[in-house]
Design a protein around this ligand. Structure first.
Ligand SMILES: *[C@@H]1O[C@H](CO)[C@@H](O)[C@H](O)[C@H]1NC(C)=O
Ligand SMILES: *[C@@H]1O[C@H](CO)[C@@H](O)[C@H](O)[C@H]1NC(C)=O
Ligand SMILES: *[C@@H]1O[C@H](CO)[C@@H](O)[C@H](O)[C@H]1NC(C)=O
Length: 418
């Protein structure tokens, strides 16, 4: 009986879809622009099918996200030709030496969590994946471009090409180290909800593990939090990862929006919201992110907080990073899409300048690198960089409690940033 009812419902739904499609088709016939829109929609449908894998269980998050629990061996990574015969690593073979003890690092910061946890858990041997919706793809200029970075967006602290930097509209306030071989990086990042002026802009706070030159073949692994209305359809603060092996051109993407990253955690969904958020003049919250290269297998692992190993980027996705990283960056990045006229009022960090200090300005603390002996240690000769300090600034420091730290961010448009 139940089966008959659901079959009938399915038929009704199919008929409704057909009707909708034929109406849509009739309308589209009106103009070439509309036909292009229909093609865009059809491509989006096909792309959705590739992105959203069959779920063992589905959890609806209070923030509107749909979280699919997908069997680990059905995750997007295995669409990658190099991963066809890959055996999933259940855990890293090595951790960096010198990770602070749990007791110490839990001292003053309650754990950050994800809202979908309120409504369920993903079973063992599955991973939580934020489902991509049709409207997500329709916001992108093309379905294929969804989840990719639109521009070259890398700050280049040394031998900067100012025209190129200013042209791309991406602005940074960062700390960085270079000149050695790095095998990982760690930071504790203060979490905020910066205001975004236009939906095509974003504001993020992250670490970058970079390899190669800033030419066509830059390798990059990135992780942190971001607010990106075009990517997610809202202004929520979300945990994210990103990778590319060709300077943001053909390879790589955010989260699991392409094949490559192998997730093992059944508790953390990349691209899902995180809370609680810091409050100006009030409670402060931060997240810890550690990325390190397994000295045995060569994969780049990522850990969120003290408890969650999310997964890894297999070494063979990269050329330079297959060996080591040549530069680490930590900090904020925003897009200023107003290339002519007024500067955007999109905020970075808390939207306040570093001078305001703790509780008001956003910070990174305990920034560390992993060296060639697999030791987590303080970075040496930390540089800072920002394109326009009157819009977004950065100030670093060093003390016993916070190790190497910096405050960064700003409000964007103001009298001093017209
Ligand atoms: C996967 O394994 C099969 C059978 O052993 C082999 O023929 C194929 O070349 C392998 N593919 C890759 C990408 O290693
Ligand atoms: C970018 O452009 C602004 C305004 O035109 C200028 O003040 C600033 O110095 C430029 N930044 C760099 C890094 O050249
Ligand atoms: C995001 O915030 C902006 C203002 O900062 C607002 O105009 C916009 O409607 C918000 N978008 C969503 C999807 O809530």
């Amino acid at each position: 009986m139940a089966a008959q009812v659901s079959l009938a419902l399915l038929l009704v739904a199919a008929l409704a879809l057909l009707l909708w499609l034929s109406c849509a088709a009739a309308e589209d016939a009106a103009s070439g622009g509309a036909r292009a829109a229909a093609r865009h929609r059809a491509k989006a449908e096909r792309h959705l099918k590739r992105l959203n894998k069959p779920a063992v269980k589905t959890i609806v998050s209070p923030d509107g996200d749909i979280i699919d629990c997908v069997h680990v061996s059905h995750q997007p990574a295995f669409d990658h030709p190099f991963l066809k015969n890959h055996t999933i690593q259940k855990r890293p073979t090595f951790y960096p030496e010198g990770i602070a003890s749990k007791v110490e690092s839990h001292k003053n910061s309650p754990s950050i969590t994800q809202p979908w946890h309120q409504n369920g858990k993903c079973p063992e041997d599955t991973i939580p994946i934020r489902r991509t919706k049709a409207e997500d793809l329709l916001r992108a200029s093309s379905a294929k471009k969804y989840g990719r970075k639109k521009h070259r967006s890398m700050a280049k602290p040394l031998s900067i090409d100012p025209d190129l930097l200013n042209e791309s509209g991406h602005q940074h306030a960062i700390a960085y180290v270079e000149g050695e071989r790095y095998y990982g990086a760690k930071a504790t990042i203060n979490v905020w909800k910066p205001k975004i002026q236009q939906s095509s802009e974003f504001s993020l706070s992250q670490l970058w593990i970079l390899g190669g030159s800033f030419g066509e073949d830059l390798n990059s692994i990135e992780a942190g939090w971001q607010v990106s209305p075009d990517l997610y359809g809202d202004n929520n603060t979300r945990l994210f990862t990103y990778w590319t092996s060709d300077a943001y051109q053909a390879t790589g993407c955010y989260n699991l929006l392409c094949s490559g990253f192998v997730q093992i955690s059944n508790e953390i969904a990349m691209g899902a919201s995180i809370y609680p958020l810091s409050y100006y003049g009030g409670s402060q919250y931060d997240i810890s992110i550690l990325v390190w290269k397994d000295p045995q297998e060569g994969h780049w692992w990522i850990q969120f907080g003290n408890d969650f190993v999310l997964g890894y980027w297999p070494a063979f996705l990269f050329n330079y990073l297959a060996e080591s990283s040549s530069m680490i960056q930590w900090g904020g990045e925003v897009v200023n899409s107003q290339l002519e006229g007024e500067h955007t009022s999109t905020e970075m960090g808390s939207g306040h300048f570093p001078e305001e200090g703790f509780g008001k300005a956003s910070y990174f603390r305990n920034i560390q690198i992993v060296d060639g002996s697999n030791n987590l240690r303080a970075p040496m000769e930390v540089g800072t960089f920002t394109e326009r300090p009157s819009c977004y600034d950065v100030q670093n420091g060093n003390n016993e409690d916070w190790g190497h730290y910096f405050y960064y961010g700003g409000p964007g448009r103001s009298n001093n940033c017209p």
